[in-house]
Design a protein around this ligand. Structure first.
Ligand code: 2IT
Length: 444
């Protein structure tokens, strides 16, 4: 594979798409060696085909706020690759959303979904709509306007969106409701739905729970347990809470959470009532973490800082891409961190990942660690297709097995000289599945 040539040509074709180019580079460097052992891949131009999305929908979303003012946002759906199953992936509503971010997320999603062992292709979408400070009615009108454009391009066997940053159960409800109205069908076209209309138990917690099942495997593979380990978590959304609750259940102690305003350090552990308090604040529209420190004595708020400066055993970025950089990586390792696992998508910068891997740090990438979220979406699709619903025990058991299998695949493909490079393992395992499916289906 002429990795440099491919990367250079992509940079020329897609100038300024830094996140997308970062995600592609990481995968290409990981799979280079294996790819070169398969000349049939190169002959079929698998790499050139896999790095470009199948198609991108891009549209204007016009909506009216509560004062009657009109707003224009951009909406997108990137259908990346459906070789192993229908396009599947979340929608992100955040002011930072652009095509580079959605293409990186769709590209990652394709390999992540392959790792889950379920038949799902990769896709991603969203809007630069900023949900901060919007009323319920404004959110609904935006979701309806978004769906008015997108509905013809999705469907239960075509493309199944779900949540991501800024899109939770409420937004999925509004999107699915409008889809049902326009398509005149009630099918499993979305996941992350409410329980009363086809949602799966455990979907909201699944990303965080699955991540901790994965982290436990990482620890146990090194004869380490979760008991009494200190954990730093960033973010304070669904994913962060799922990770916090499961880490606590496993006997560890979560000592940080973070928001756009800074982070909280609570040496007594963030659990139980403290989580309830933050969730109830969220209901009232609060989207910062500072109030935690006023409510719970013994905790400290650090304005404008990131939690990676605290000494912990396990660090879990759970907020957004590139939230942990090389100097954070150095600080964590200098403080003796045992395990770092990305729960957010591409939570670490390329330099941070290189630093961890070069220094043989126990580290795993988002596409493996956070795959429990989309895996449980896959289980929601199965339940919808079968017109049944499974119990929490059933879903949890399946999630557990899937995370165990993903860990096994990473170890099988990423281990050399006693060190498991989970980045390499996850990329090779995910890539091989998609590449084989493409080879089998001809040039399309
Ligand atoms: O990044 C992700 O895997 C998600 N936002 C979840 C996607 C899904 O389809 O459940």
């Amino acid at each position: 594979m002429k990795t440099d040539v491919i990367l250079e040509s992509l940079a020329v074709k897609h100038p300024g798409e830094t996140e997308y180019l970062q995600a592609v580079k990481e995968v290409l460097l990981s799979i280079e060696e294996v790819y070169n052992q398969h000349p049939e891949f190169d002959k079929a131009r698998i790499i050139e085909r896999i790095v470009e999305p199948d198609r991108i929908f891009s549209f204007r979303v016009t909506w009216v706020d509560d004062r009657g003012d009109i707003h224009v946002n951009l909406g997108y759906r990137v259908q990346f690759n459906n070789a192993i199953g229908p396009y599947k992936g979340g929608l992100r509503f955040h002011a930072s959303v652009n095509l580079s971010i959605l293409k990186f997320l769709g590209f990652e999603q394709m390999f992540k979904n392959a790792l889950t062992t379920l038949p799902m292709g990769g896709g991603k979408g969203g809007s630069d709509f900023n949900p901060r400070g919007k009323s319920n009615a404004e959110i609904m009108r935006f979701c309806q306007a978004f769906m008015l454009e997108l509905w013809r391009n999705i469907g239960p066997d075509t493309d199944i969106p779900a949540g991501d940053i800024g899109v939770g159960a409420r937004e999925i409800g509004f999107l699915a409701g409008m889809y049902r109205k326009l398509a005149r069908e009630n099918t499993g076209t979305f996941t992350g739905k409410g329980l009363s209309y086809g949602g799966s138990v455990l979907r909201p917690e699944a990303t965080g729970f699955g991540a901790l099942y994965f982290v436990k495997q990482m620890m146990e593979s090194n004869d380490l347990s979760m008991q009494d380990k200190t954990v730093s978590v960033s973010g304070f959304g669904n994913v962060a809470w799922g990770a916090t609750i499961k880490a606590t259940e496993m006997g560890a102690k979560v000592v940080t959470i973070s928001g756009p305003d800074g982070y909280i350090y609570d040496p007594a552990g963030i659990c139980g009532d403290k989580i309830e308090y933050m969730l109830s604040l969220r209901e009232t529209g609060n989207d910062v973490v500072a109030p935690y420190a006023d409510e719970f004595p013994g905790s400290t708020f650090f304005a404008g800082k990131k939690p990676w400066e605290q000494k912990v055993d396990i660090a879990l970025p759970c907020a957004t891409q590139n939230e942990l950089n090389e100097s954070d990586a150095k600080q964590l390792m200098a403080n003796g961190v045992i395990c770092v696992a990305e729960v957010s998508n591409m939570g670490c910068t390329a330099e941070a990942v290189d630093y961890f891997v070069e220094h043989k740090q126990l580290f795993a990438p988002g596409k493996a660690v956070n795959a429990g979220g989309v895996a449980t979406s896959g289980l929601e699709m199965t339940q919808n297709a079968m017109h049944i619903s499974w119990s929490g025990e059933e879903v949890d058991a399946r999630l557990h097995q899937i995370m165990f299998d993903i860990h096994k695949q990473c170890v099988a493909h990423g281990t050399a000289n006693g060190y498991t490079n989970y980045v390499k393992g996850a990329n090779i395992a995910g890539f091989m599945k998609v590449a084989k499916a493409m080879m089998a289906q001809g040039v399309v």
